[in-house]
Write a protein that binds this ligand. Structure first.
Ligand code: ADP
Length: 549
């Protein structure tokens, strides 16, 4: 039996591994299972190139718990390892890999939580001892048995395995005994391994008999090896996309529509993004997109990879080209990440534009749920704003939808003022502003409905983009002054009468801390003797500060 010491500068590696990512010990399972998947895929490759001529057989990876022995075992039927390979891959390469990794990141554990980690040595985060029983696929190979108890010393001797593949046997330590509980392991498999490309078995299928749940003899496969995003869009129907959405978010309402991403040059990217229904005034659930790398779950916080407004979308992105072992600031400056992010932004804008062009009725139907997303995107991402301009819709009081261009054409004749500005009139509350809307309509003006959460910001944004358009709320002034064309209308009251009357009407408004105006002008058909207005500028200042700027 060989005894040895791993590496040279290793004295403090194991204690660090144990503490590493304290809040996220559970990634060890992903690391060990990802290795098992790799070993299996390597075997498949060797078989397809003729380098391995043996029978492949069933390559299901097994996850087994033994509560009495306090072990958690991952068994694969992949390429296995010879003694020499263990020395090379486990004692040297894996070890130095882990060492290098810790060296780089031990102070920044939080920045990379959830991203790829330590590899094989992460098993020591939860184990007192780890054993490897393995048999290489190579002809005449001898089984090997490696053990290591969390110090740099290891043993390597002849093993007992009779079938090709590798068992990683983790002796779970006392303070990590949650990993000996079936529900906990199920939960982790569901989080990290749900879409791995090789079947993973854990426990037995359950069934119902005489009103009781019983265990069958059939093994339970916990993953979907062929997830929807890896399939060709031409082979998929709407039901398949909806079903996949519910696989990701079991209790969610159906999404509005989806985008299937599929790029292989100049970077590799697949995935499906869904537009959830985003209602006004509803708590917006950000960060539901899951990031995978070759079907291995990496993280569900993608805010460093896609522009912020896209974190409102749901779904899956899979790219082996996103660097995983890196900090946030690095990610944001990585050119691949930037390309991927730009691509996604463009795809999202293009899909919306296509829907708008191909099926305007359906686009309008979805608009109330889409609007806040598109506005958020336009406000925060200039490129997206450019792309979204042709399909951004305004809704008027009658519930008709117009693009910015269409609307300008509709109103410009009647609503251009003496300085050649086109004035867009709007209401934020159809009911409260009812009489003002009526008066404006009697005057032949059209009134927009701008009652969305982001509308105040958005109006400012539109005015900045286009300096000869103004947005004015219908109650900003008396109707004749909303759009000043040339003449001004005079009140029928005398100067003295106005001075006497004004305080009577304005007194009750003092507490509101906003400048209301009391007007006595004639008001067209629906003439009222007195009209209370709020100057657009003053009101908007107040709105903006209430929204936090
Ligand atoms: P990585 O997977 O990133 O290379 P690891 O530390 O996880 O790093 O593993 C180091 C090496 O050990 C792998 O590259 C592989 O050669 C070998 N190895 C680990 N697990 C297995 C396994 N289940 N079957 C065969 N080889 C394995």
């Amino acid at each position: 039996m060989a005894k040895g010491k791993i590496g040279v500068t290793s004295q403090d590696l194991f204690p660090i591994i144990k503490k590493f990512l304290y809040s996220n010990h559970d990634i060890f399972l992903r690391e060990i299972i990802a290795n098992a998947v790799d070993a299996t895929q390597k075997l498949n490759t060797l078989a397809s190139t003729g380098q391995y001529k043996g029978e492949i057989g069933d390559t299901t990876i097994e996850v087994k718990l033994d509560k009495e022995a306090k072990t958690l075992t991952i068994s694969d039927k992949g390429i296995g390892m010879t003694k020499d390979e263990i020395k090379k891959y486990i004692n040297q390469i894996a070890f130095s890999g882990a060492e290098e990794f810790l060296d780089k990141y031990k102070d920044k554990a939080n920045a990379i939580i959830g991203h790829f980690g330590l590899g094989f040595y992460s098993s020591f985060m939860v184990s007192d001892q780890v054993e490897i029983q393995t048999l290489s696929y190579q002809e005449g190979a001898e089984p090997a048995h490696w053990t290591c108890d969390g110090t740099p010393e290891y043993t390597l001797k002849k093993g007992t395995k009779t079938e090709r593949g590798t068992d990683i046997i983790m002796h779970i330590s006392e303070d990590e005994k949650e990993f000996l509980e079936e529900p906990r392991i199920k939960e982790l498999l569901n989080k990290y391994c749900k879409f791995l490309p090789i079947p993973i078995a854990f426990g037995k299928k359950k069934d119902w008999k005489d009103g009781k749940e019983i265990e069958t003899d059939e093994v339970l496969i916990v993953n979907d090896t062929n997830p929807t995003w890896t399939k060709a869009p031409a082979d998929l129907k709407q039901e398949d996309y909806d079903a996949f959405y519910h696989q990701l978010y079991p209790f969610a309402e159906n999404p509005m529509f989806h985008i299937h991403l599929n790029v292989d040059y100049p970077f590799n990217l697949t995935g499906i993004l869904y537009f959830p229904k985003i209602k006004n005034n509803m708590e917006i659930q950000k960060n539901k997109i899951q990031l995978y790398s070759n079907q291995v779950f990496v993280t569900d916080s993608v805010e460093d990879i896609v522009p912020e407004f896209l974190t409102l979308l749901h779904g899956v992105i899979d790219s082996p080209d996103i660097p995983l072992n890196v900090s946030r600031s690095y990610l944001q400056s990585d050119s691949n990440v930037r390309k991927i992010s730009n691509h996604i932004t463009k795809k999202v804008a293009d899909s919306l534009h296509d829907l708008f062009k191909n099926d305007r009725a359906s686009f309008e139907e979805k608009w109330n749920d889409l609007r806040i997303f598109v506005q958020y995107g336009m406000l925060t991402d200039e490129k997206f704003a450019e792309r979204a301009k042709p399909f951004f819709l305004l809704e008027n009081i009658e519930g008709k939808y117009f693009t910015l261009e269409e609307y300008e054409n509709l109103v410009k004749e009647n609503q251009t003022d003496k300085d050649n500005n086109v004035i867009f009139l709007y209401s934020q509350d159809k009911d409260a502003q009812y009489s003002y809307i009526q008066v404006a309509k009697d005057k032949g003006y059209d009134v927009l409905l701008m009652d969305g959460q982001l509308d105040t910001h958005f109006i400012n944004f539109l005015e900045q983009k286009d300096s000869n358009k103004r947005y004015t709320r219908v109650d900003a002034d008396v109707v004749n002054k909303l759009i000043v064309k040339d003449e001004t209308t005079e009140s029928s009251l005398t100067e003295q009468e106005r001075t006497d009357l004004a305080p009577i009407f304005s007194a009750p408004l003092q507490s509101e801390k906003i400048n209301y105006m009391v007007n006595f002008e004639a008001l067209g058909e629906n003439a009222q003797p007195v009209l209370i207005t709020q100057a657009e500028f003053m009101r908007r200042m107040k709105d903006m500060s209430a929204m936090g700027g």
